[in-house]
Design a protein around this ligand. Structure first.
Ligand SMILES: Cc1cc2nc3c(=O)[nH]c(=O)nc-3n(C[C@H](O)[C@H](O)[C@H](O)COP(=O)(O)O)c2cc1C
Length: 315
């Protein structure tokens, strides 16, 4: 399958976010306008070692639709072996993480460490490409300290078989701070013939449109969608103002349908704080949700708060 069959030009993609973009959140985003989604990153080594916790991260609802699995690693053989496992079969594309700035990952020569080791990065991409018939995508950053090598890295991805690239237009040094800098986007688009997906700081139609006008094939949205899955419809100009309490409850229920309660209780507090962010007087509720011992208790706290406030709908 060609990468352009995964989603059409101008599409909105949910960017991978570890600890957030599980199947529950991806399905919610799908119901609110996202065109394509990517799993949270999973270790290729853990997959080949048959690690059950890692495999559970790949659980997907059938209704979710087309989705890419994101893997990380530095060993071309392990990366190639991982994409041939049964747990990878349900996914329509492979996304290779070459952007993660987290110390533990970089220290292992993985994620954005591969930006500094283009020879190995090329070997990883071509090994994965040869091991799968699915489209192979690569997600990376502008560079380590600056954007001087981003065009060359994009070409390297293409030359080694990547079918699509997604670029987070920040350097590794920036982590998640400062602003994304899209100055090199037109040069990248001119230098490669594969689709370029632009990513960084998109929270509205104007930013989305300006990236498309600069030549991006599609736009990936990460943090803007947290606590706000309807952002995708809103960017598309589709009216979508869900009832906040119903949305939060649905999210928790979707998580509970595929994860143990104690895991959901821990993960859901992060989502809850995004949902309640910006609502006047929400802070004590967020604090209580963080220490609540069950998802029922978390939902009860949120229900009480929203029923006593006018913030129960998003507009
Ligand atoms: C909590 C969190 C987890 C992330 N996890 C991943 C990940 O697993 N893989 C990846 O390629 N990028 C990951 N990212 C980066 C996002 O995919 C995205 O590139 C970045 O947040 C910039 O886009 P945004 O400004 O729309 O959020 C993560 C970001 C955040 C905030």
């Amino acid at each position: 399958m060609k990468a352009t069959n995964l989603f059409s030009q101008g599409a909105l993609v949910l960017a991978p976010m570890a600890g957030y973009t599980d199947t529950a959140f991806r399905l919610l985003c799908r119901q609110h306008g996202v065109d394509f989604a990517v799993t949270e990153m999973v270790s290729s080594m853990a997959l080949v070692m048959n690690n059950q916790v890692t495999q559970s991260l790949l659980y997907s609802f059938k209704e979710e639709g087309s989705c890419a699995v994101q893997i990380f690693g530095h060993d071309p053989v392990v990366m190639a072996d991982s994409v041939q496992l049964d747990c990878i079969k349900p996914f329509s594309a492979i996304d290779i993480n070459m952007g993660c700035p987290v110390k533990k990952i970089v220290g292992n020569g993985e994620g954005s460490a591969l930006l500094q080791n283009p020879t190995l990065a090329g070997k990883v991409i071509s090994a994965v490409k040869q091991a799968t018939s699915k489209p192979v995508c690569v997600k990376f950053r502008l560079g380590v300290d600056d954007d001087a090598n981003v065009v060359n890295f994009a070409k390297l991805c293409q030359d080694n078989g990547a079918d699509l690239i997604t670029i987070h237009f920040r350097t590794r040094k920036q982590m998640y701070s400062g602003q994304a800098n899209f100055a090199t986007l037109p040069n990248i688009v001119n230098a490669v013939s594969i689709p370029v997906v632009a990513n960084g700081d998109v929270v509205g139609t104007q930013q989305y449109q300006s990236l498309i006008d600069m030549g991006a094939y599609a736009v990936a949205v990460g943090r803007g969608a947290l606590g706000n899955p309807q952002l995708f419809n809103q960017i598309k100009g589709v009216a979508d103002t869900p009832n906040l309490l119903q949305l939060i409850t649905q999210h928790a229920q979707l998580m509970l349908s595929h994860k143990p309660e104690r895991v959901v209780c821990n993960e859901f507090k992060k989502h809850a704080s995004f949902y309640l962010k910006g609502i006047k007087g929400a802070k004590p509720t967020v604090v209580s949700v963080n220490t609540a011992k069950s998802v029922d208790d978390q939902l009860q706290l949120i229900t009480q708060f929203l029923q006593n406030t006018k913030g129960d709908t998003l507009c």
